[in-house]
Design a protein around this ligand. Structure first.
Ligand SMILES: Cc1cc2nc3c(=O)[nH]c(=O)nc-3n(C[C@H](O)[C@H](O)[C@H](O)COP(=O)(O)OP(=O)(O)OC[C@H]3O[C@@H](n4cnc5c(N)ncnc54)[C@H](O)[C@@H]3O)c2cc1C
Length: 486
């Protein structure tokens, strides 16, 4: 059993652990996986100490913004996998899918009232902070939130960072100690906990256990009050498919990552962001796979703290480039969103960016599009329309084109504030990895966050600009445009 570092655990209330409870309750909300998950490790610590069974409660609400068949299907694929796996292991599993907004109210309270302690996931964005806030009001037993977001525990960062360079320097100084205690890759197989657990009938009668198998089937989501116009994509959620994607990437993408990841036709980027977003795969698991393929040990780390993108890990340039995205850029976003409650507000852009964008609000805009025009790929630009079509149909945009996609929304909107809102709406409605800390930091990067000033240009001011011509010159787009062109 792995001991969970204290810096990853926060008490949400001041109640004690109750030794007379019936079980340890793990309320799974963001870290939706049974492996590499500090919340499970923590729940098992309690279960083994108190000799109590573990109940894993995984709910899915309907009353959240942008709830759609696409997001629901992804999460339900993971729930279905959990149901199958836990059928042969000791923890009890209680999947619950809310049939109407508010129908699940009272369920957590009912389950917690019989628990010794409630363990839940810590995550800085979207629904999770609201959920953890509601857990603070539970008075029946201790409630703990556990952070499995990244290699760096979120609370280990003592401030926000203005650039990736500044954050990298911080990581180079602080990360090594946190690499010593990774979560357990398979905590449930050998867990020494009592297995006898029956979920109280009065609870399951009021809040029916979900039939995740049935909900996987085509068409069954229609009974739920969510947006059915945003349909599922061929992408499959869950840990097993995430692991397959990871293996494919390590074998065929990582060896080309540095040179080819920017090319949409190359298939050299990992494509892992939807699994990461849904908590279906852990950044620790991805890191461990890179470590194995590189034959790396911590003694390869450089002692030089210089904030440079490459050289610090002591890995091949491809692996260093990849970890710079997975660790530096991804976790920069998590730290930012955990320390800035208004992460989704245009007004929190850096002062220099706001000033320069506002200075250029009056500039002539050759093209201005409405949300509807953007949504339906009705701009004049072939590459932009193709990227938006990929987003609508596949739920992803290749990473380099995503920057271009955002920059052009800034250029073709009547006001930068409007552009910010348009990006949030399109990204979070259609993207499988939308509603993530990196959604908000990616969108605000388009408008200057974590970047520096560039030579001044119309509309963009000193914010970095991008052009279609340069994008076409830089990227291999032939196959991409055949697939997503008009
Ligand atoms: C306008 C805009 C919107 C974005 N919206 C999202 C979003 O909704 N969800 C999301 O996860 N990312 C978002 N990003 C960041 C980035 O585009 C995606 O993480 C990346 O394209 C995912 O593809 P991949 O998994 O193949 O990445 P890879 O290149 O294989 O990188 C591995 C992982 O590193 C992380 N990563 C890579 N690039 C970045 C980056 N620039 N910033 C932060 N983390 C990064 C991701 O977790 C990614 O899965 C956005 C960027 C922009 C410019």
């Amino acid at each position: 059993m792995t001991r969970v570092p204290e810096v990853r655990v926060s008490a949400l209330n001041d109640q004690e652990v109750r030794s007379d409870g019936e079980y340890i309750l793990y309320w799974m909300t963001a870290t939706r996986r049974l492996s590499w998950n500090y919340s499970i490790d923590r729940a098992l610590e309690h279960a083994e100490k108190l000799r109590k069974p573990l109940l894993i409660f995984e709910p899915l609400d309907v009353g959240y913004p942008w709830a759609s068949d696409r997001h629901h299907r992804s999460i339900i694929s993971g729930m279905n996998e959990h149901q199958k796996r836990l059928a042969s292991l000791s923890p009890g599993y209680y999947p619950y899918i809310e049939p109407q907004p508010g129908a699940g109210r009272g369920l957590l309270q009912a389950l917690a009232s019989r628990a010794c302690v409630v363990v839940t996931d810590d995550s800085p964005v979207f629904f999770t902070p609201k959920l953890t806030a509601s857990a603070r009001r539970l008075t029946c037993c201790r409630v703990e939130a556990v952070d499995s977001c990244g290699l760096l525990p979120i609370r280990a960062a003592d401030r926000n960072f203005v650039s990736a360079y500044q954050f990298r320097r911080f990581l180079q100084r602080t990360l090594p100690e946190h690499l010593e205690m990774l979560p357990d890759p398979d905590p449930l197989s050998g867990a020494k906990i009592p297995s006898s657990l029956s979920i109280p009938q009065d609870i399951t009668e009021q809040w029916h256990k979900a039939d995740t198998q049935l909900l996987q089937a085509q068409g069954t989501l229609f009974s739920l009050p969510i947006d059915h116009s945003i349909g599922p994509t061929p992408w499959r959620g869950g840990h097993a498919s995430g692991q397959r994607q990871l293996r494919r990437f390590i074998e065929t993408g990582l060896p080309r990552y540095g040179e080819e990841r920017n090319s949409p036709d190359s298939g050299a980027s990992s494509g892992l962001s939807p699994w990461l977003h849904h908590g279906h795969i852990s950044t620790h698991e991805i890191f461990a796979a890179v470590v194995e393929s590189e034959g790396w040990t911590p003694s390869d780390l450089s002692h030089k703290i210089d904030g440079r993108r490459s050289g610090w890990w002591g890995m091949t340039p491809n692996a260093e480039d990849f970890l710079d995205e997975l660790v530096t850029w991804r976790e920069l976003g998590f730290v930012f969103c955990s320390r800035e409650a208004r992460f989704d507000s245009y007004d929190t852009l850096p002062a220099w960016a706001l000033e320069t964008l506002e200075d250029h609000v009056g500039d002539t805009r050759k093209y201005v599009y409405t949300l509807e025009e953007f949504m339906t790929s009705s701009t004049h630009d072939e590459i932009w329309n193709a990227a938006q079509r990929q987003l609508v149909n596949e739920g992803i945009i290749h990473n380099y084109l995503r920057m271009f996609w955002g920059k052009k929304i800034l250029e073709w909107s009547a006001h930068p504030r409007k552009a910010f809102e348009t990006m949030i709406e399109l990204n979070n409605r259609f993207a499988l990895d939308g509603r993530d800390p990196n959604s908000y930091t990616g969108i605000s990067w388009v408008m200057g966050r974590f970047d520096r000033g560039w030579p001044e240009r119309p509309i963009y001011g000193k914010v970095r600009s991008m052009t279609s011509r340069a994008t076409r010159r830089k990227l291999k787009l032939r196959e991409y445009l055949v697939r997503w062109g008009a």
